[in-house]
Design a protein around this ligand. Structure first.
Ligand SMILES: [Zn+2]
Length: 310
C-alpha cells in the first residue's frame, strides 16, 4: 500500500478539487506506477525525461523507449480524458449499488452510449485482483439459479436444479465471528460434483471449514473440513444466512441497476458485485484499488470486450 492511500479524497468536493486537471491525474498514476521513481519497462533504467510533444510520456535516457503513464493500463490509448476515467472509477467504486453505462453517460456528459459502455466494461475487468487471497477459516457455500430473459421472453421462474436456459451461480462467503467478510461468485455449468469441487477449490484455502446444505456435490472435497447441514425444519436462510443474503442482494442489484442480468458477460457482473461487497466498508479506498489494479491490468482489445461468453 503506497502513501497515497491515506490521502485519498473522502468526498465529491475533495475529489473534484484534487483531480481537477489532466496533470493531477497523471501525477497520481505516476505515483501508483512508479512509487520509487520512473523505471523504464524496456531496459530498467531510471533516467528519463518528460516529453514536451507527447502528453505524460517519458523517454528513457538509456534506450530511448517512450512510455506513457497510461501505457499497459486499461486507460492505454484511450481518447477519453484522464479526468473522465478518474470520475468513472470514482463513481463506480463509491456508489453503493454501482452505476450503469446509461447513468455514467449522462453523469459524465459522454458523447455516446457505446463510449460509456466501453468505459464500464474496462473498469469491470480491473475488479479482480489477480493476487487475491483465497477465502479461509469458516466459509459458507451454496449455489443458486438466476433467471434471465431475452427481449422476447417472459421471465420464467426456474424450478429444481436443472440448468436449462438459466444461469447457475456458485457462491461462498467467509464468516468471522458470525459476520461476513469476503465473498466469491462464479458462473458454473451445473451443480454436479466436478463443477462444485472446482469452484470450492478455487475459492477457498486448504483446511477451510466449509459449511453447506446437504447437496451431495459438496462431499469429499480434498483437504477441506466439510460440515453439511440437512435442511428440513430449518430454512436455508437460517442454516446459510450469508450466502442466502449474498444471492438475494445479487438478484436485487441485477434487477435494479441492470434491469435483469444477461447471460453475456455474466461473470464480469458477478466480479463487480463481489468487488463492491468485499469493499463495502471502505468504498473510497475501493477507488484506489480499482485504479491500482487497473494500472497492472493489460489493455483489453475491443473484440475481446464484446466477445460473447454464452
Ligand atoms: Zn530504457
Amino acid at each position: 500500500m503506497s502513501g497515497s492511500e491515506g490521502r485519498f479524497p473522502k468526498s465529491l468536493i475533495e475529489f473534484q478539487s484534487r483531480f481537477a486537471s489532466e496533470s493531477a491525474c497523471a501525477d497520481y498514476l505516476f505515483e501508483r506506477r512508479w512509487p520509487g521513481g520512473f523505471i523504464c519497462p524496456g531496459c530498467g533504467d531510471g533516467r528519463a525525461w518528460l516529453l514536451k510533444t507527447k502528453e505524460f510520456t517519458y523517454e528513457c535516457a538509456a534506450c530511448g523507449r517512450q512510455t506513457s503513464v497510461t501505457a499497459g493500463t486499461i486507460m492505454h490509448a484511450s481518447k477519453l480524458s484522464l479526468t473522465k476515467w478518474f470520475w468513472a472509477a470514482f463513481l463506480m467504486a463509491t456508489h453503493s449499488n454501482g452505476i450503469s453505462a446509461l447513468q455514467l453517460q449522462s453523469q459524465l456528459g459522454l458523447g455516446s452510449y457505446r463510449t460509456a459502455w466501453m468505459l464500464c466494461a474496462k473498469l469491470r475487468r480491473a475488479m479482480v485482483n489477480p493476487e487475491r487471497e483465497p477465502l479461509c477459516g469458516v466459509v459458507e457455500a451454496d449455489e443458486t439459479i438466476i433467471p434471465f430473459r431475452t427481449k422476447d421472453d417472459p421471465i420464467v421462474l426456474p424450478a429444481g436444479r436443472s440448468g436449462v436456459g438459466k444461469m447457475l451461480v456458485a457462491g461462498a462467503v467467509e464468516v468471522d465471528g458470525g459476520m461476513p467478510r469476503r465473498a466469491r461468485l462464479k458462473v458454473i455449468e451445473g451443480f454436479g460434483k466436478d463443477e462444485i469441487h472446482t469452484f470450492v477449490l478455487s475459492a477457498v484455502a486448504p483446511k477451510t471449514r466449509l459449511v453447506t446444505d446437504d447437496w451431495p456435490s459438496y462431499n469429499d472435497i480434498p483437504d477441506i473440513k466439510h460440515k453439511a447441514i440437512t435442511l428440513g425444519p430449518m430454512a436455508a436462510h437460517i442454516v446459510l444466512p450469508w450466502t442466502h443474503r449474498l444471492f438475494s442482494n445479487l438478484k436485487r442489484w441485477g434487477l435494479g441497476v441492470y434491469h435483469g442480468l444477461r447471460k453475456t458477460n455474466l461473470q464480469h457482473y458477478l466480479d463487480e458485485f463481489v468487488f463492491r461487497f468485499n469493499r463495502r466498508r471502505k468504498r473510497h479506498a475501493a477507488f484506489n484499488t480499482l485504479l491500482g489494479i487497473g494500472a497492472r491490468t493489460a489493455p483489453i482489445p475491443y473484440h475481446v470486450l464484446i466477445r460473447k461468453t454464452a
